[in-house]
Design a binder for this molecule. Sequence first.
Ligand SMILES: Nc1ncnc2c1ncn2[C@@H]1O[C@H](COP(=O)(O)OP(=O)(O)OP(=O)(O)O)[C@@H](O)[C@H]1O
Length: 249
Amino acid sequence: MQPLLEVAKLRAGYGPAQVLHGVGLSVSAGEIVSIIGPNGCGKSTLLKSIMGYVPWSKGEMRLEGHSILGRQTEELVGLGLGFVPQLANTFKGMTVRENLELGGYTLDRAAVSRRIEELVGIFPILAPRMRQKAGTMSGGERQTVALASALMAGPRLLLLDEPSAGLSPSATSDMFASVKELPARLGITVLMVEQDVYGALEISDRGYVLAMGQNEFSGSAADILNDRRIGIAYLGMDPDEHEAGNDAS
Ligand SMILES: Nc1ncnc2c1ncn2[C@@H]1O[C@H](COP(=O)(O)OP(=O)(O)OP(=O)(O)O)[C@@H](O)[C@H]1O
């Protein structure tokens, strides 16, 4: 089946500082795909490059097989891409409802109301907080507002940059539980960057491991979770203990 999004040989960075050195990935409709890797390896830069915020020097990007390389961010949003940046992703002086309305600025009033109702069904904590200013909410609540705002426009593919950043363990598991529902409940495909490798892979179909701006490994979420090198590098696996386990078997 043709992927929804394909990125190939992407080279991008900030002026002379090249960060991505030929990265590739694909995401099929209905999937949740995670990008993991060490700090500074270029995960956020990859999402920002896809969204048109960071200029490419080389590469290719296709949506359902059609090249969309070089499109402006607004055009990409029009084509169905949505983005939730890491932190600083709500208007703190505005209420929850106003944040959501802003996310749905392309919709008419009736569609905004319908969409808000639908999203409150998925994120029940928003219901009693519609008039609360985002700036007075906890990190987890605000992250939920950011996610719901990005969903207002009905993206086909949602790019999430560390949705668990700054959240408590319980808020993190609520966040992952909500993200997991997006394909089935709203028909949204998800490409997510996460530091919480285990939490992200648990709800993902597939994953990509980046290292120093390059693809290091990719596979099903189960393959990555079972890979010894990944376990040692990112999942806190004790190398000696694992070796001992292997010897015994
Ligand atoms: N606006 C910028 N200008 C210049 N360099 C930047 C900019 N943003 C990021 N970088 C650099 O690009 C590299 C990759 O950063 P990026 O944020 O993509 O990594 P990351 O894998 O998402 O890291 P983390 O897991 O710590 O969030 C880093 O060396 C970073 O310092």
